[in-house]
Write a protein that binds this ligand. Structure first.
Ligand code: HQG
Length: 182
């Protein structure tokens, strides 16, 4: 499969497994899973034919490992990034002492006023490296990297989870834990 096909399928999967399963008549379980055969049938019925082998390849080669199969290989879900209500059942985990968030300058006033909020997603997404934070931010413009004192947050009782693809999730980051790295 070429890169273009891979991205095309990946974007459709992200749309339906995170945001809009109903658009192809799909229902996710409360913890976000779709049956693979049902998903492939629903995609086919809506103009996108994907074989099981192609799906395996997308899951395997996706640059951020956005999707994962369950242990039986019969169900698939997005590892993070949902806007539909799902409870991924991720256990709380202790984050590294410092995490990063990539954003753009136009959001800074609001962020330093009210903290990082999940906006349309379920959780604030934080990265263990500045490189990842920079890539996330670059989707929106010139990256601005925020430093998060995750150790102090943990000490204060904030809870974190880590997704299957290494994204750190938390409900909110109050401004006191944020600083701007030049
Ligand atoms: C900003 C992609 C105003 C926040 C990425 C961000 C990531 C605020 C935007 C994943 C705010 C939300 C998530 C506040 C936060 N006031 N703006 N109080 N608090 N913001 O896309 O972190 O490719 O929901 O800085 O790689 O950018 O889809 O979050 O700019 O991992 O797999 O509001 O999405 O992954 O945007 O990205 P998003 P994000 P995928």
């Amino acid at each position: 499969m070429n890169e273009k096909q891979l991205i095309r399928i990946s974007k459709r999967l992200a749309r339906h497994l995170r945001h809009d399963p109903a658009a192809i008549g799909l229902t996710l379980t409360p913890d976000g899973w779709a049956n693979v055969e049902t998903l492939l049938g629903a995609l086919r019925a809506h103009g996108l034919t994907v074989t099981r082998e192609q799906l395996d390849e997308v899951v395997e080669r996706n640059n951020k490992r956005r999707f994962a199969f369950d242990e039986t290989g019969t169900r698939i879900r997005a590892s993070q990034g949902h806007s539909v209500t799902v409870d991924l059942g991720l256990p709380n985990a202790i984050p590294p002492a410092v995490l990063y968030h990539g954003t753009v300058s136009k959001f800074l006033d609001a962020i330093f006023h009210e903290g990082l909020r999940p906006m349309n997603r379920h959780a604030v997404h934080l990265s263990p490296t500045t490189d990842t934070a920079r890539t996330v931010a670059a989707r929106r413009g010139k990256p601005v990297i925020l430093h998060i004192d995750a150790a102090a947050m943990t000490a204060a009782g904030h809870e974190f989870q880590v997704s299957a693809n290494g994204v750190w999730l938390t409900a909110t980051v109050p401004p006191t834990y944020l600083s701007h790295i030049p």
